[in-house]
Ligand binder design. Structure first.
Ligand SMILES: Cc1ncc(COP(=O)(O)O)c(C=O)c1O
Length: 452
């Protein structure tokens, strides 16, 4: 639509609604205590605005619901798989497409086949499940974000980029033989939802090619990344997000994908590769735990919803609304003086908890403390991405406000801004926390804490 008016509206109208529930402050105090100050442990109906994640929380479209009715639930060779396969190949272009129940299943299979003990995997920033799946195999996950990506205030347009010189140094230090693959996470979730430029993709590809190291994408938010390239990188303004995504994936050898993000579905994922031998090994593993290769742990109807969702996520009207509405939250928080990762990411706004709570040192989990306070004050659930999630590897202590796709309206976001503004005014009273229980890996999901 021509930009005649400056207001960018939600490019949909609402057909089905779901009530949300108010709780009292006393109830929330009690709920927090019983959840051991871990917001993952809260019952969802005790939350007013749930910004825990943008994963699997999207509202599906009428077209997706209609497609689900076409779901072919045949065990093998279903029509739904054909449609899913066609949709994925159209955008991603890889030879083999292996459905999985979600992203981490694709990761587990990929790394089980490609990595062994002592190997090293480089990434702009590994997501928690990616890192955990690599470490579970006894391999090392190395994050190589550019310097600007580690500074929350730096306004670099492609803070998700991988530091190409650092990659060269890593290869020189450990040897290409110990690096079974390099990954690029688009957009870089743990680094603030920041995009990776096409120039960086090409530069990483060139290094990988020189050392015969395969390049894989962690493609969860590929459509948002493509739109950022369109907006910010010279030479891409006239291209469609789909063309940009195709160009990007053509630089790689495969990908893992959680369709719960830019697939606009509530469950699903896939693994792609151009390598016939690897694909065979991956399908064998898939059969062991996920299912037959034409459903991979999903129902036929789920495959249908993904096939439609992947293309809807690339529609320009949708992407414009998506990026602008996330930036709206960021802009209003920044205007209040709240320190956020700049520029705003695609799927989330990240509050810099170290700058918000300078009196709470990192080992006392400033991100968790702030997330708990947002819940206490206004029933908002967010997530810490920092010391609790990544332990010593944490480069920053952030609180992520992830925006579910097509779920909340502008007034919900205005409410969130008001609550955070209130917490900002009272920030000096917020105390840190200490751990009372932690699991051996992915501890943030089940950790128990108490106020200091
Ligand atoms: C960048 C990234 N990679 C991988 C995953 C894992 O996907 P899933 O939750 O579907 O297992 C996520 C999920 O949030 C993610 O953000």
């Amino acid at each position: 639509m021509p930009a005649r008016f400056k207001t960018i509206i939600e490019p949909f109208r609402i057909k089905t609604v779901e009530p949300i529930r108010w709780t009292t402050r006393e109830e929330r105090e009690d709920l927090l205590r019983r959840a051991h100050y871990n917001l993952f442990q809260l019952p969802a109906d005790a939350i007013l605005i749930d910004l825990l994640t943008d994963s699997g929380t999207a509202a599906m479209s009428t077209r997706q619901w209609a497609a689900m009715m076409e779901g072919d639930e045949s065990y093998a060779g279903s029509k739904s798989f054909e449609r899913f396969h066609r949709a994925v190949q159209d955008i991603f272009g890889y030879k083999h497409v292996i459905p999985t129940h979600q992203g981490r299943a694709a990761e587990r299979i990929l790394f089980s086949v490609m990595c062994k003990k002592g190997d090293v995997v480089a990434n702009n920033t590994h997501f928690d499940t990616t890192r955990a799946n690599i470490e579970f195999l006894g391999a090392e996950a190395v994050d190589l974000p550019i310097c600007e990506g580690k500074d929350p205030a730096d306004p670099h347009p492609f803070k998700g980029n991988l530091d190409v010189e650092a990659l060269e140094r890593l290869i020189e230090r450990v040897g290409a033989g110990r690096i079974p693959l390099v990954m690029l996470t688009v957009t870089n979730n743990s680094g603030g939802g920041q995009p990776v430029s096409m120039e960086n993709v090409r530069a990483v590809r060139a290094v990988c090619k020189r050392h015969a190291i395969p390049l894989y994408f962690d493609a969860c938010r590929f459509a948002e990344n493509a739109y950022f390239i369109k907006l910010r990188e010279a030479g891409y303004g006239h291209k469609t997000p789909k063309e940009i995504a195709q160009e990007m994936f053509a630089q790689g050898d495969g990908c893992t994908m959680s369709a719960k993000k830019d697939g606009l579905v509530n469950i699903g994922g896939f693994l792609c590769t151009n390598d016939d031998t690897l694909a065979q090994q991956e399908e064998n593993l898939l059969i062991l735990t996920e299912g037959y290769p034409t459903y991979g742990g999903l129902a036929g109807r789920d495959l249908e919803a993904i096939a439609v969702g992947l293309h809807e996520a690339l529609e320009e009207e949708y992407l414009r609304y998506r990026i602008v509405s996330t930036a709206y939250l960021g802009r209003h928080l920044a205007e209040l003086g709240v320190p956020i990762v700049q520029p705003p990411g695609g799927h989330a706004i990240y509050i810099d908890a170290r700058a918000f709570l300078p009196h709470v040192p990192s080992p006392c989990f400033p991100g968790v403390a702030l997330a708990c306070q947002l819940y206490l004050e206004g029933g908002i659930r967010s997530v810490e991405i920092g010391r609790l999630m990544f332990g010593q590897h944490a480069q920053m202590d952030l609180v992520r406000l992830a925006i579910p796709r097509r779920v909340y309206t502008q007034s919900h976001i205005d409410y969130v801004v008001e609550v955070i503004g209130q917490v900002w005014k009272q920030r000096e009273q917020i105390r840190g926390l200490r751990l009372t229980y932690e699991a051996p890996f992915l501890r943030h999901f089940t950790a128990r804490l108490e106020p200091i």
